[in-house]
Each structure stands twice: as structure tokens, then as C-alpha cells.
Design a protein around this ligand. Structure first.
Ligand SMILES: NC(=O)c1ccc[n+]([C@@H]2O[C@H](COP(=O)([O-])OP(=O)(O)OC[C@H]3O[C@@H](n4cnc5c(N)ncnc54)[C@H](OP(=O)(O)O)[C@@H]3O)[C@@H](O)[C@H]2O)c1
Length: 249
């Protein structure tokens, strides 16, 4: 686990939602120097940076589409030039349900881009650093638990991403880097869940009926932030909400 004080933390897709909230927490609680990665919403990312700065923290916004190798290289170069190291890489950015996305996009983003970003970041990550992969129970338990049709391609691709990252554990361990997975139930207050409910009206109410309450965005982000420094063995999975998934496992 990271021993560095004021660790340098890159959180992909952190201009909004769970990523942005995780950035606020690691900045506030760990004094992290935080990279707010965004794809194209510069203003939103700059607002997160400004909030962190106003609270006495330090963050920079860096544009990069993680599916684009050149922009990933440029982001890693920028982190190197700014802070010279990367202590924690939080793989939060996700997608695949975007309008106009081709059939292979979910796999390119949720599997290939995750692995490629880890590989690109490794030269900046000293022994003792950590990769945190953020996923959903729908993806983590893909093939073992019933899923939601509109989310099927994303779930399958995120599971493939988790498998590909886990396959890197021996290589990461040799470098002194560990991998922690944080998997969450449906998260109240996220845009993803709003869109899912639009595609399948009633799906969130049905989940609440089944699970009792579902975690809030703040609760989930708190657990992602905790995984940045918690004393877990590499490969550990942190489960947030969805006790019924765990019982059925
Ligand atoms: N929402 C849930 O219910 C839930 C439940 C369990 C786990 N999770 C996991 O939590 C994480 C965050 O979820 P969320 O609901 O907060 O997601 P979200 O609101 O959809 O945000 C995803 C972020 O990823 C960014 N992103 C997408 N494609 C990208 C790309 N190619 N390159 C760089 N950034 C990209 C987006 O940037 P733009 O704004 O520029 O598009 C956005 O900031 C995901 O890994 C998700 O699987 C979510």
C-alpha cells in the first residue's frame, strides 16, 4: 500500500460522479495531489480542481480519452512533468452505453484501455504503489448472477477488464504494485442509474425492493477512497452494498 505522504493519485473520469467525489475525499483526507482526468468536459473538471484548491488541496485537470493511446501518453508525460511519480491509479472511467458507440467500444474502453493505461503508467509508479479498479456488482458477478439487458455489454466488458487486470497481478507484484477491486451495487444519485432507469423503467425501484437500500454516491466514493490506502492484500475485492449478491455467491 502507498506509504508516500501526499500521494499522487490519478482518477480517470473524475470530472463528475463517483470519480469526482473520490477526488474530493482523497484530497481532503490524504492530502493527495490529485489528477482529475476528463475526456472533454474541461469546465466541469476545472470546477472540481477549483473546489479542491478552495479547500486547501492540490489538483490538476488533465484531458485524455483513455481509449486513445496518444492522449494517454501525453497525460502520463504531464503527470511526470508535474509531480514526477504516480502512487495510486484509480481506474474509474467507464462507459459503453453512449449514443453512437460501436459494438466493440465497451471492450475497448472497459478492458483494453484499462490494461493499456496501467502499462503506460507503470514507469511512473514506484514500489509500494497501487491500482484500484472500480466496477459494479452487475459486472463483477457477470455470468453468475442475472443482469439487466441494457447493461449487458458493459457488464461483460468490465468483467473482461477485471480479468485482464487480475492476470497482471504477478507482473505488478514483481514491481511491488498491488491491485484492489472495488465493486458496488447500483449507486443512488449517479447519472448511470438515471439512464438505466430510463431504459428500463422501474429497474431501480425493483432493486431497492430486493436489496433494501442501495448505496449513495458519497458512500460508494468513500469506499473507493478508502481502498486507496487500506491494508488489503493484492487482488482483494471490496464489496459495497448488495448483500444478496454475496449470499448467492
Ligand atoms: N453508477 C453506478 O450505479 C455504479 C455502480 C457500481 C459501480 N460503478 C462504477 O463506478 C465508476 C464511475 O461510475 P459513474 O456512474 O460515476 O460514471 P459516469 O457518471 O458515467 O462517469 C464516467 C466518467 O468516465 C469518463 N469517461 C468515459 N469514457 C471515457 C474515456 N474514454 N476517457 C476518459 N474518461 C472517460 C466520463 O467522462 P465524460 O464526462 O467526459 O464522458 C465520466 O467522467 C464506473 O467504473 C462504474 O462502473 C457505478
Amino acid at each position: 500500500m502507498p506509504v508516500q505522504s501526499r500521494p499522487v493519485v490519478l482518477i480517470t473520469g473524475s470530472s463528475r460522479g463517483i470519480g469526482a467525489e473520490t477526488a474530493r475525499i482523497v484530497s481532503r483526507e490524504l492530502g493527495a495531489r490529485t489528477v482529475i482526468n476528463y475526456r472533454d468536459k474541461a469546465k466541469r473538471a476545472e470546477n472540481v480542481v477549483a473546489e479542491i484548491a478552495a479547500a486547501g488541496g492540490e489538483a490538476v485537470a488533465v484531458r485524455a480519452d483513455v481509449t486513445d493511446a496518444a492522449s494517454v501518453t501525453a497525460m502520463v508525460e504531464q503527470i511526470k512533468a508535474t509531480w514526477g511519480r504516480l502512487d495510486v491509479l484509480v481506474l474509474n472511467a467507464s462507459g459503453g452505453m453512449e449514443r453512437g458507440a460501436d459494438a466493440g467500444y465497451a471492450l475497448r474502453l472497459n478492458r483494453d484501455a484499462q490494461v493499456d493505461l496501467v502499462r503506460a503508467a507503470l514507469p511512473l509508479m514506484p514500489s509500494g504503489s497501487r491500482v484500484v479498479f472500480v466496477t459494479s456488482h452487475q459486472a463483477h458477478f457477470h455470468g453468475r448472477q442475472p443482469g439487466i439487458e441494457a447493461y449487458e455489454a458493459v457488464a461483460a466488458s468490465k468483467r473482461a477488464g477485471e480479468d485482464a487486470l487480475r492476470a497482471m497481478i504477478p507482473e505488478l507484484t514483481a514491481l511491488g504494485i498491488d491491485l484492489i477491486v472495488v465493486s458496488g451495487d447500483m449507486i443512488a444519485g449517479t447519472i448511470t442509474v438515471t439512464l438505466l432507469d430510463r431504459a428500463h423503467p422501474g429497474v431501480v425501484a425493483a432493486r431497492r425492493d430486493q436489496a433494501g437500500e442501495i448505496p449513495t454516491l458519497e458512500e460508494f466514493a468513500t469506499q473507493v477512497a478508502a481502498a486507496v490506502r487500506a491494508d488489503h492484500a493484492t487482488g482483494h475485492t471490496v464489496y459495497v452494498g448488495g448483500a444478496d449478491y454475496l449470499v448467492a455467491r
